[in-house]
Design a protein around this ligand. Structure first.
Ligand SMILES: Nc1ncnc2c1ncn2[C@@H]1O[C@H](COP(=O)(O)OP(=O)(O)O)[C@@H](O)[C@H]1O
Ligand SMILES: [Mg+2]
Length: 235
């Protein structure tokens, strides 16, 4: 579904992604694990068209998308939930969700998706008239995910959805990620919380200072001594 071949991404002189290659098959949950500053967000921003690789290719469903503008990439079927949620604080929950559908014209489909998203996140239904800036961190994460789903993506990019959330909410968010996947959406999940991410993923990649240093099934990586030491608290 997604094929990234040997991309190099720079911020000025900073070489942030160094020959990164990665594949995602339809229906999978793939997780990208790495420490702070490793290049995880840079990779997601490059996939969604916010950054342009200097060299290398990105194919989504056999079409070259590297360097295309973000709107086109959303239209093709990729939605990105950025790190730190970034909801529009002065707009209501419902208005934020409407924005997620701004490229669509199928009114009936949009109405159905509102129902679906409120079914997935009952909290958002209760708070649909509330200003988004007054939501809790967990609720804002739900809203950011709901807004991304309003574009009806086939591939959903999630950047550290568990960041800053209480353990119980982290569990809820991960359960909902699995639910979204089960309804047919493929997922690339970026996380520092490697334990949780490996527990729901099919496959995983590990990134260190801009390079992929390991990959395999979630089970394989979860059992690797090296990975356990570096990312799973060494137990
Ligand atoms: N806008 C930017 N300008 C310059 N350097 C950046 C910028 N954004 C990120 N970087 C650098 O690129 C590297 C990767 O960052 P990032 O992708 O945000 O890492 P992660 O998401 O894994 O924490 C880091 O060294 C970071 O300092
Ligand atoms: Mg990041």
């Amino acid at each position: 579904m997604l094929k990234i071949n040997d991309i190099n991404v720079y911020y000025g002189n900073i070489h942030a992604l160094k020959g990164v290659s990665l594949n995602i098959n339809p229906g999978e949950i793939v997780t990208l694990i790495g420490a702070n500053g490793a290049g995880k967000s840079t990779l997601l921003k490059t996939i969604s068209g916010l950054l342009k690789p200097k060299t290398g290719e990105i194919l989504f469903e056999d079409e070259y998308v590297a360097g295309k503008v973000p709107q086109l990439i959303v239209k093709r079927g990729i939605s990105h939930v950025p790190e730190g949620r970034r909801v529009f604080a002065n707009m209501s929950v419902e208005e934020n969700l409407e924005l997620g559908a701004f490229l669509r014209k199928d009114k009936k489909g949009i109405r159905e998706d509102f129902e679906k998203i409120y079914g997935l996140f009952p909290r958002l239904l209760e708070r649909r008239k509330q200003l988004s800036g007054t939501l809790s961190g967990g609720e804002q994460q739900m809203l950011a995910m709901g807004r991304a789903l309003m574009a009806r993506p086939r591939l959903l990019l999630l950047d550290e959805p568990s960041m800053g959330l209480a353990p119980l909410l982290v569990k809820t968010i991960f359960r909902i990620i699995e639910e979204i996947n089960q309804t047919g959406t493929t997922i690339l999940l970026v996380e520092q919380n490697a334990n949780m991410a490996l527990s729901i993923a099919n496959r995983a990649y590990v990134i260190e200072t801009g390079k992929i240093v390991a990959s395999g099934t979630a089970e394989e990586l979860g059992q690797s001594d090296q990975i356990r030491k570096a990312y799973l608290g060494g137990h």
